[in-house]
Design a protein around this ligand. Structure first.
Ligand SMILES: Cc1cc2nc3c(=O)[nH]c(=O)nc-3n(C[C@H](O)[C@H](O)[C@H](O)COP(=O)(O)OP(=O)(O)OC[C@H]3O[C@@H](n4cnc5c(N)ncnc54)[C@H](O)[C@@H]3O)c2cc1C
Length: 401
């Protein structure tokens, strides 16, 4: 095993290469290999939640505050560094690359300046890690159909309704809940009357009025995913952090674009893992008296996988860089999410094929890469929704919608 040649580790290239980024990349790669992967290999087969000690270690590395300004204790970096680190973490375990998205200043958009500043500092330290409560049993791709209500009652909002798929809900410090505070009036967009409310909570507990049950997934282990029922959950009125009239709501598109690039980077991390493991396996496994890597059919498959990973990486870095330059990039963000996640499903599937029967076991990790990659074309907006966004940017809106 020791004389096998490993896959070349991807380097940061021009025009993105800086000393600081190289150091961040090297640090994240070490952390992923030494701290994350051993836990992933042990925990994922049991569907266990990642241990708090790992979250604490990530907090010490600064990974919850990559995009939080330095004055609040964050790294003060941009989307580029965020995506680059996410790729490194996802190479070891996708859930770890995902949990960092639940911080980065999320859920801190309170009007009260002192509270906002305190939460930003906690966010950067990994002490304000949230859950995103958008989807519902009847509202997935069509979030304008959200029916969870938040009714004003004096100084409070009272939340009632069902949410589905809410990752990390119980372990979180807060849940960001997309609610309807009013019905859309005739002639208004269907999304009118939607608002985001922060439910503050104790870790590993639900507040009064909130109950949940876990959903048994085929992958994306490391944190639990919940069906939630809000039955009169009371929060202070100040916890409504964005409705259609606020700057925070207008920032939503920017966050969606960042989330799509982040997902593309996670997909690249998974596909790269599949290539790296395959490079070793093709040298290790012998059939017909030869390492299977001698067979041209398999060499070409591997070469094609590696080329597709490089292509997707170059694309996510380009879009991340454009976002950091303040370009809107809605279409490009949808394109890179689409292309990178579909690529990851293909490449991780090809890696299973290269591993033969061993690829279809839990003795190796390619099955994990495939299970996790399979989700990337579904969550954060399905591939069909990305295609719709791209098409709507190229053609007049369809009258059929
Ligand atoms: C493991 C997991 C974790 C998740 N985590 C979270 C989370 O933490 N928070 C959260 O809020 N949500 C989360 N989600 C929800 C996720 O974002 C939704 O599953 C996703 O947006 C799709 O919604 P849906 O499952 O209801 O599918 P549907 O919207 O019902 O889609 C079904 C099919 O129809 C297609 N489709 C729908 N509309 C159109 C259209 N207009 N044109 C063409 N095709 C269309 C879809 O592409 C899909 O193929 C998670 C989901 C999963 C599976």
């Amino acid at each position: 095993m020791s004389d096998l040649i490993p896959a070349p580790v991807p380097e940061l290239t021009e025009p993105y290469r800086t000393t600081e980024r190289l150091a961040l990349q090297a640090q994240a790669r070490r952390f992923a290999a030494d701290e994350v992967k051993p836990i992933a290999d042990e925990y994922d087969p049991h569907k266990w939640q990642m241990p708090r000690s790992l979250l604490d270690a990530m907090g010490e590395q600064g990974y919850f505050g990559i995009m939080v300004p330095e004055e609040f204790g964050g790294m003060g970096c941009g989307v580029f560094e965020y995506a680059m680190i996410a790729e490194e973490l996802a190479r070891a375990w996708m859930s770890v690359a995902s949990i960092i998205a639940r911080a980065q200043g999320l859920g801190t958009e309170f009007e009260d300046d002192a509270k906002r500043r305190e939460l930003l500092q906690r966010s950067a330290r990994g002490e304000w890690i949230g859950a995103a409560g958008f989807s519902e049993p009847e509202a997935g791709s069509d979030l304008a159909g959200v029916s969870t209500r938040a009714e004003r009652d004096g100084d409070e909002y009272v939340i009632t309704g069902d949410k589905r798929w809410i990752g990390n809900a119980k372990a979180a410090d807060f849940i960001q809940v997309l609610c309807r505070t009013e019905d859309a009036k005739p002639g208004e967009k269907r999304s009118a009357g939607l608002a985001t409310i922060i439910v503050e909570k104790e870790r590993d507990a639900f507040p009064a009025g909130l109950t949940g049950s876990t959903i048994d997934k085929i992958g994306y282990h490391g944190f639990l995913t919940w069906d939630l029922t809000f039955d009169g959950v009371r929060v202070p009125a100040a916890n409504l952090i964005s409705d259609q009239g606020t700057a925070a709501f207008r920032d939503t598109q920017k966050w969606l674009n960042i989330a799509r690039v982040h997902t593309a980077a996670r997909a690249v991390g998974l596909a790269r893992a599949a290539v790296e493991d395959s490079v070793l396996y093709l040298q290790e496994r012998e059939q017909f008296g030869h390492p299977i890597g001698d067979f041209q059919a398999l060499r070409f498959m591997l070469a094609s996988m590696a080329a597709r990973v490089e292509q997707a990486r170059a694309f996510y870095r380009q879009v991340a860089d454009l976002l950091d330059r303040g370009e809107p990039c809605e279409r490009e963000s949808a394109m890179v999410k689409l292309v990178a996640t579909e690529m990851a499903v293909e490449v991780t599937g090809d890696a299973m094929q290269l591993h033969g029967g061993n690829g279809y076991t839990t003795e190796r990790q390619v099955e994990r890469y495939w299970r996790d990659a399979r989700l990337t074309t579904i969550f954060e907006g399905t591939s069909q929704i990305q295609l719709k966004i791209i098409a709507d940017s190229l053609l007049p809106r369809s009258p059929l919608e």
